[in-house]
Design a protein around this ligand. Structure first.
Ligand code: PLP
Length: 376
């Protein structure tokens, strides 16, 4: 059997991630691989760290990229910070809040769940009430941008509550980073994780993570060892410390880190505020077109994510047939509904490099044509 080289047909990626990767980021991947302890690579890692600090708007010395996707960033936070018996208030308004709860349980923590409807933001009032009822809670965990529904929660207000009650906040910023306002230091976020393949428009497989000094103190005061060897940040810290004495922990994904360096450099060049404004402007354009097509948003206007637009599938339209036609005829990927919204909604991403006018125009024209045909 002879196997041909793999040449994927290029697609326009307007789903929940991965998003369109910037051509310069793809070029960065193809640069020569060097040793991960090579001085030139070590110097680039210091720049990656400074660029992640910029993207997160933090001066936290503990700021790294975990060598694995967003889910590993999530696990890094829970496995390092939550000890057996620790009580964690977990907010659940979609798929990823539920995954946070599972992480808490797996490390032996006690999860107190605050539920909100799919499509609604996390209720600040309910969280305040839960914190009052559980004065022994140690953490508040929530998803800033819930990719399963397209809802944005008020991270600033939630972290202010966490500080007031002296609990540490753990924030999922996988979809929010680079797409909407996010200020780690100003908002007092203690542990945050993101992903490379959403609004950073890098290849999948890396997870920017940052811990506040309070979170690092909790890690250092642990009574039991971190239950994961690979994600144990007490071992990884030395590698990212930038003290010049980098030691081997695992082989860094060298070329992927070139790509992250370039994607973050592009973000810095554009400017965070400009990137947020671009996502907003492209969302407005897409929304106007979706309105014309009669497609209704799942999330109320005040809480919509510009980078993830979830709309109800109209009566009589075949979900899978429409998505297949978009992919096969227009090389356009949009996302299916997840969980409670499976088969009932489409998720149209405008993430990072995908948040461009030409993508909005293609998506609206292709959807109009395919939906008209589906109705016939
Ligand atoms: C995509 C996503 C994750 C998981 O990231 P992976 O890179 O797929 O592991 C976690 N949380 C949210 C909100 C996401 O959108």
């Amino acid at each position: 059997m002879s196997i041909a080289p793999f040449h994927p047909t290029p697609r326009t990626l307007m789903g929940p991630g991965p998003s369109d990767v910037h051509p310069q980021v793809l070029q960065a991947l193809a640069k020569p691989t060097v040793g991960h302890l090579d001085p030139q690579f070590v110097a680039m890692m210091d720049e990656v760290k400074a660029l992640i600090q910029y993207a997160f708007q933090t001066e936290n010395p503990f700021t790294i990229a975990v060598s694995a996707p967003g889910s590993a960033g999530m696990e890094t936070c829970f496995v390092n910070l939550v000890e057996p018996g620790d009580k964690v208030i977990v907010c659940r308004n979609g798929v990823f809040g539920e995954r946070m709860r599972q992480n808490v349980v797996r490390v032996g923590g006690e999860a107190v769940v605050v539920d909100d409807a799919w499509g609604a933001p996390v209720s600040v009032d309910k969280v305040a009430d839960a914190l009052n009822r559980h004065p022994d809670a140690k953490f508040l965990a929530f998803v800033h941008a819930e990719t399963s529904t397209g809802a944005l929660s008020d991270a600033q207000a939630l972290c202010a509550l966490a500080q007031e009650h002296e609990v540490l906040s753990i924030v999922d910023a996988v979809t929010s980073l680079g797409g909407v306002e996010l200020k780690v230091d100003e908002w007092g976020i203690d542990a945050i994780y993101s992903g490379s393949q959403k609004c950073l428009s890098c290849v999948p497989g890396l997870s920017p993570v940052s811990f506040s000094p309070r979170a690092v103190a909790k890690l250092e005061a642990r009574q039991t060892p971190v239950p994961s060897w690979f994600l144990d940040q007490t071992l990884v810290m030395g590698y990212w410390a930038g003290t010049g004495k980098r030691s081997y922990h695992h082989t860094a994904p060298v070329n992927s880190l070139y790509a992250l360096h370039e994607s973050l450099r592009l973000l810095k060049e554009e400017g965070l505020e400009n990137a947020w404004a671009r996502h907003r402007a492209m969302h407005e354009k897409l929304k106007a077109g979706l309105d014309t097509l009669g497609l209704k948003f799942v999330v109320e206007e005040a809480h919509r994510l510009p980078q993830l637009n979830t709309v109800h599938i109209p009566e009589g339209i075949d979900d899978a047939a429409v998505r297949a036609a978009l992919l096969n005829r227009f090389n356009l990927e949009i996302g299916a509904g997840l969980g409670d919204l499976a088969g009932k909604a489409w998720r149209i991403g405008l993430m990072g490099y995908a948040a461009r006018e030409e993508n909005v125009t293609l998506c609206l024209a292709a959807l109009a044509q395919v939906m008209a045909e589906a109705r016939r």
